[in-house]
Design a binder for this molecule. Sequence first.
Ligand code: HGY
Ligand code: MN
Ligand code: MN
Length: 400
Amino acid sequence: MTWGQIAQSRLDQIAHCSLASPGVSRFPFTDEHRAALGQIGAWMQAAGLSAQMDAAGTLVGRKPGHGPALLLGSHQDSVRDAGRYDGIMGIALACLALEKLRRDGVDLPYPVEVLAFADEEGVRFPTALLGPRALAGTVPQGALDGLDEDGLSVADALRRFGGAPEQLQTLRRAPEEVRGYLELHIEQGPVLELADLGLGVVTGICGIERNSVTFTGETGHAGTVPMSERADALVAAADFISQIHDSARGDLRATIGTLRLHPDVVNGIPDHVTVSLEARDIDDATRAGFVAEADALGQSIATRRGCGFAMRQTYVQPAVPCDPGLMRTLSVAVERQQGKVKALPSGATHDASAMADLCPVGMLFLRCRGGVSHRPDEYASAEDMGLAVDALADVLRALS
Ligand code: HGY
Ligand code: MN
Ligand code: MN
């Protein structure tokens, strides 16, 4: 079997570590996560790494050496009904590149670690990125208090899983101990496929800002309140949603992903609607400017519709540039593999976004069929994964 075929077979197998669902549904600190760590531990062992779970639930595969360590990895978790590649492929390919070097008799002089982070997607809990943030020493206040839909906190779920929330501080790495962090990831967009290329070098990771937006009106009987007398919060929100969508320009991405309303009955006028507004851009000033315009837009719509309006920031993550040196090294390896290099920004966020607070980061994208991701039909080919294993092996040797 080729390295790409081995990758495909391993990803097909670990996809079964999932809740019963049309695609893969694997959330942090669950039985499915534990089953996945069993398989990832075997991948690490085959790569000659010693595997141990840290206090944040990250499975750390380590090869000792002299000097600062190079960190590789990605996330083991998925969104609901996801594909087989987002996150987990980066862990598999990192292990395979090290396994390939081991087979080729190459002993890297520096320490290398493969990190299988528990939670990047933030599906089960309100926060995410606990693993990389623990290494960077940037775990936000209250991150362990977030509750899942059953009311279990991150801290309790992590403790039951065998982690140690009270020891997160001990995980912090000294920057001088780390050379950098490299993450391989499916592109989750159409750019490489349109360029007919298997691999791409990431230039930077977009910033994200999430706001909770609320319109308040006046409820009443659907059959008796005249249309001219209504302050309908849902109608105001609907104006806002369509105008937000139409005003997003260029590379900026604006998404209203959730909506809650009250009283949420067929014969009652909605008096309370809350939506989530997410804005992403590779340029933080552009993103912040868009959010400020959204605030003014919401206020003007609410006034016109006789409603109240409030907007509250719930999450913000700055854009992250990738390290120019790592980009150069990745580009040389990619050119060697496919004769051409495509550099592109990442509209999705990654563990690398958090690792950038600790060390220089670099990312390698793999072609994504139809640009489809966060869906069961997400797909990366064995051929492209084989290219990625060879490219990463080249990078690891070049960094010796
Ligand atoms: O939201 C993201 O970009 C990532 O998939 N968590
Ligand atoms: Mn994802
Ligand atoms: Mn991902």
